[in-house]
Design a binder for this molecule. Structure first.
Ligand code: SAH
Length: 337
């Protein structure tokens, strides 16, 4: 059990930074639970409607054409969950044989349990050259342009929380009460980045390191990155860490390792990070605007699919979720022009 493991670590080594606890809890959770779908804890866009994967699949083909239709292209999905987004994209890819001939698919996943699920879901996908699974993006060869896609991946990477109150900074840790419950311990610290204002400020070094690596690889291989997640386009104070279990919010510390644990992505910072690697960026737009511009409603109508509203409506996922894109060169990419 995760709870006992963490209690032991804290007893032996003292309070642990929240970001380390989140990293361990997320890894445990994705390896041990039925995470997605109606029977799981939460539902993601590809599980809500097949239109999500289909319009993004069409977007990928269009991007490939705008890149000059290279003879080989590597499509890399990070954190593919059940594999539904890839499955829906491949259905669209099959309509374009030249693209299928160029395509090499890479799935980046750390959970063995999810890799098994992805393999089962994608086993009937014929005509696609063998899909390669790896746990890290560094192992991909840079001999062809890459399109790197991640939906609700960045939010699962751990974040640190820094708290500014009464002129002093504190770094959030997790400790133990005398009866063994987890509790927050905020430890006095130097803030790693100069900031004005009061409250909780979140910094996710793993997210920044990961996105910098993607930008660095794309700069070398050519291609682009497309990341969809909830978050903000302007850095701001706020405690955005949340736990979701059985489709409802849960207490973060009471459900460590048992609930989906995420925080909002600071796209402002990520944009600066990728620009530092010399890639081009596009204005970060909302998921609602992106999917509407790609014709999601027309496709939904043709299918009689009701889920798309939930993806586009500003009061549901349409406004909170953002689409962040960067590339080696500026291309007139659908949705961003
Ligand atoms: N993209 C899917 C799943 C999102 S959940 C969907 O939209 O439904 C987050 C996914 O990222 C899971 O597949 C999880 O196992 C994976 N993940 C989390 N941290 C990871 C890491 N450090 N490296 C690789 N995959 C990770």
């Amino acid at each position: 059990m995760f709870k006992e493991t963490l209690q032991k670590i804290i007893k032996e080594q003292g309070t642990q930074p929240f970001e380390d606890v989140m990293r361990m809890a997320v890894a445990y959770y994705y390896s041990h639970h039925h995470v997605f779908g109606a029977k799981g804890d939460f539902i993601t866009a590809p599980e809500i409607s097949q239109v999500f994967g289909e319009v993004i699949g069409a977007w990928v083909i269009d991007a490939w054409v705008k890149m000059g239709a290279p003879k080989a292209i590597r499509l890399v999905e990070v954190g593919p969950g059940k594999g539904t987004l890839m499955k829906d994209m491949i259905r669209v890819f099959k309509a374009v044989p030249d693209f299928m001939n160029a395509l090499h698919i890479h799935m980046i996943e750390q959970s063995e349990a999810l890799i098994e699920q992805q393999k089962i879901l994608l086993k009937d996908v014929d005509n696609v050259r063998a899909i390669v699974w790896t746990s890290s993006i560094d192992s991909i060869e840079l001999d062809a342009p890459m399109i790197v896609i991640g939906n609700e991946f960045l939010d699962a990477l751990p974040t640190a929380q820094y708290i500014h109150k009464q002129g002093a900074w504190f770094h959030r840790h997790v400790g133990l009460s005398s009866n063994g419950d987890f509790l927050y311990k905020d430890i006095s610290c130097e803030m790693p980045r100069p900031m004005q204002g009061e409250g909780v400020f979140e910094i996710s070094i793993p997210r920044e390191t990961f996105i910098a690596e993607v930008a660095r690889l794309i700069k070398r291989s050519g291609g682009l990155g497309l990341f969809i997640d909830y978050g903000h386009v302007t850095s701001a104070y706020g405690d955005t860490v949340q736990a979701v279990k059985d489709h409802a919010y849960a207490d973060v510390l009471e459900t460590l390792g048992e609930a989906d644990l995420t925080s909002h992505v600071d796209f402002d910072v990520l944009q600066q990070v990728v620009e530092g690697q010399g890639v081009q960026t596009y204005p970060t737009i909302t998921q609602g605007v992106f999917l509407s511009r790609l014709g999601a409603y027309a496709r939904a109508k043709a299918l009689g699919d009701a889920g798309v509203d939930r993806l586009i409506s500003p009061s549901e996922m349409g406004a909170l979720f953002k689409v962040f894109c960067f590339s080696d060169k500026l291309y007139p990419l659908e949705g961003f022009i």
